[in-house]
Structures are given as C-alpha cells and as structure tokens.
Design a protein around this ligand. Sequence first.
Ligand code: TYD
Length: 201
Amino acid sequence: MREIKRGFHISFEGIDGSGKTTLSTNLYLRFKEKGYPCFYTVEPTFMRVGSLIRIHASRIKNVPQYYMALLFAADRVEHYERVIKKKLEKGYHVISDRYVHSSIAYQGGLLNDIEWVRRINNKVPLPDLAIYLDISPDKALNRKKKISGPFDNIVLLNKIRETYLSLVNMKELVMVDAEKPLEVVLEDVVEIIKNRLNIDL
Ligand code: TYD
C-alpha cells in the first residue's frame, strides 16, 4: 500500500476582529479549488468542553483566566486527538481558526504566565505554520462594532496584541499586516504558504 503523506497544519491567530475567520475560510476554499484535500476547523470547538467554554465566554463576566486556560487546553486535547491528528494522518491539510497560540496570547498574556500556559498545552504538537494577523485594537473594535465579547476592551486587546508580537519576535508566528483590504491580506497569506509548502495555490 502506498504511504499517505501527512498533511500540513496551519493555524490563524489574531485579536478579535482581525479577520481570522474570513481569511481562513477563504484560504480553505482556495485549497479546495486547487484540488488539495483540506479541512477547516475552529477553537473553541463545538465538542463537550468547547461548548462549555462558549457558554462561559458569552454569559459570564469575570471568569478567572486560569480556569479558562484549563478549559481551552482540555478542549484542544480532545480536538487534536479526535479530529486534527486524524485528518493530518489521512493527508488533509488542516486550517485551524485559533490554536495553541491563542491560549498563549490571551490567557498567557493576561495572566502574565506564558510558561504555565505553554506547559498545560504541551500534550498537543504546535502547528507546522502559525500565521498572525496583526491589526490595531482600535481598528479591530471598529470592525466588530456590533458584536461584544469578553475581550472587547482596548487595554486587554493591547496586552494580547503585545504578547502575539513577542511570539512574532521569537519566530513562532509569521506576521501579516491585517489592516490592508481582505484580498491583499489573502494574497499575502497565500504567498507565505506557497513558499512554505512548495505548492501551486
Ligand atoms: P472566536 O470564536 O475565535 O472569536 P472571534 O471569531 O471573534 O475571534 O474565539 C472566542 C474567544 O475565545 C475569543 O475572544 C478568543 C478567546 N480564546 C481564548 O481566550 N483562548 C483560546 O485558547 C482560544 C482558542 C480562544
């Protein structure tokens, strides 16, 4: 039997309103159009712990971030073991709308405890490529005007952005300027992936 080549795992990161979801779904469509097996997925998930997180995030204010960090990590283990790993093994490229670096930037940044957040997430592998969509919190909040979430606060978003930028400095994330128009951002992302995977996209 011919061995299947493992897929490539790409994650999208950024503060709320950075355009992650639009970008990652468009990229997914691009992969499909070109005939590559591809799978799009999102965290928090809609599985058991993910659903619990969604209830907390939308209804309860002031939930301790240590508690949230543990829930996100548990959701991620289930997500990786039951979904992501299996898809990669079957040769699908997996596009994650948020993954480990969301926990590092949000919970790690807000708690000033990045090392602990890394540790509780060390049961899942890092993605092959993590793309960070950079935007100022001002612009991001404007984009999201009608939607309010637990992190719709300029001070918190600045702190989270700062943590993302420190990960860019450490070369863990590849940064893309997300203040440009969507079509331009998409082409920038496609260029990065083409070079990394050596494929036509
Ligand atoms: P998401 O549904 O991606 O919101 P959006 O599409 O608006 O970016 O994520 C929900 C919230 O959960 C978002 O505010 C970021 C937060 N989050 C964390 O704080 N830590 C994590 O590990 C993850 C995956 C998400």
